[in-house]
Structures are given as structure tokens and as C-alpha cells.
Design a protein around this ligand. Sequence first.
Ligand code: HEM
Length: 239
Amino acid sequence: MRTDMLTSLIIANTEKDTANVKTVGGETFEPMIDEEIRGNLVDAFVAGTDSTANTFCYITYYICKHPNMKQKMISEIDSVFSNKPYLTSDDLLKLKYCEAIIKESSRMIPVTNFASRYMTEECEVAGYKWVSGTMFHLNIMGVNSHPKIWSNPEVFDPDRFYNVDQDDDKNKYSLIIFGGGPRICPGRKLAMGELLLLMASVYRHYNVELVNMDEPLKIVTASANNVQELKVRISPRIN
Ligand code: HEM
């Protein structure tokens, strides 16, 4: 069997031998019908395209504004590429400074400002009782720029995430670009892999510069923070 997403959706919960129904802990799981498979694919395209494309624009903007950091990133990319024609998934794990840049760019401008939760039961949050039917909006932008959590939150500084313990509480709960809990973004690992590969592939071969270094990033905020325009000058690198 191939391991692509469509195959995985088609064979999900399919017993290979006889029956098409699987029972786990008394619950029955059946293969998805075509509409469900289509729905999952549409979800992935809708949630996974603009999010990653916009994040790549934020990254481009911030590193072009900070030439020293850009140079450090390029040195890392060159050292991991070495003389290889392409990168493996293991190589991507070595791009620690690039990963820090992705996180810091997303902290400065998250793709979405809010994640929402609808309470189906009465609950207690922050010492208050809330009735069933309450809708909570998690303020992602607010958390990612909270001065109690981040020193100088308005300053772009990838070192916040470079060579630090990724599992400490601050990293786990204070940077919520992908949401959290059972509804956390299911595409987060794919998105990180895509962004690392794109950064490495572009900056290995090209110089990218902002056409106008003084122009602020033009963003239109709807459900996502969409980059309206980002003019860059691209030229081949001379190695
Ligand atoms: C940089 C890229 C991305 C960012 C910043 C991002 C961010 C988010 C956020 C904040 C949520 C809400 C999570 C929550 O409510 O706790 C979400 C949900 C979701 N994302 Fe992503 N995402 C990205 C890429 C992707 C990709 C590549 C895919 C799929 C291929 C994807 C598929 C989804 C889906 C299906 C949901 C809804 C999950 C649910 O409601 O159970 N996302 N994403």
C-alpha cells in the first residue's frame, strides 16, 4: 500500500482480511464513505494551504529585515546541505535555527488570532462558572505577545527558541500557533516540514531581498492574517 494521504483515508478502519468493521473498546469504526473522504481532503486543502503560504511570507519579511539572522540561517542551511542535491527528513531535523525562525515569525504574527471552543456542558474556567453553550475564544495573538511570558514581545528574536528545552512549560503552553488539546492542528508536523524544506530549498539557491526595506508588512485580517502584498527581489546565489 502507498503511504499517501488519500490512501490512508480510504483504508482507515478497514480490516485487511474479511470484515469492513472494526470494534475497539465496544465502539464500532467503519471505513469512511466517499463524502467523508472528500470532506477530510477539502479540510486539509482549506486549512493547510494559505496557513503555510502566509507563514512563509512572515518568515521572508522578518529575516530580510534582519540581515545578521538571515546570514546565520543561510550558513545553517548550507552546512546541512553540504554537497547533497536534496535533503532527507533527518536533515530537516538539523535545521534548528530555521525552526526557531519559523516559531518566532509565527509568534509575531500567528496565522489565526483565535481558536474557539464551544462548551456542551456547564464548566468552570478561571474561577468562574460558565453555562453550557458558552463559546470561548482563545486569544492566540494575546498569549504569543503577553509581556508576562515574553520579554520585549515586540522584538523579533529567534534565539528565544534556539538551543532551548523544547519541552519546558513555556515552549509547550505559551506558543500556541497550532492551538492545543484534542483539536490541535492535525497538520502541524506537515506544516513544519513543508516550511523547513521550502526555506532550505529557496535560500540554498537564491538571494531574497525586500524591494522596500522601510515598508511595513501589509496584512489583511479575516479568519487568517493574510499577507496582501510582499514585494521581493530574487536572484540566483553565486557560490
Ligand atoms: C503554518 C501552518 C499552519 C498553522 C499556523 C495552522 C494553525 C491551526 C490552528 C491554530 C488551528 C486551530 C487549532 C485549535 O482549535 O486548537 C488549526 C486547525 C486545523 N488545521 Fe492547521 N495550521 C497550519 C497548517 C495546516 C496544515 C498543513 C493542515 C493539513 C494538511 C492543517 C489542517 C488543519 C485542520 C483540519 C484543522 C481543524 C482541526 C479540528 O478542528 O479538529 N493545518 N490549524
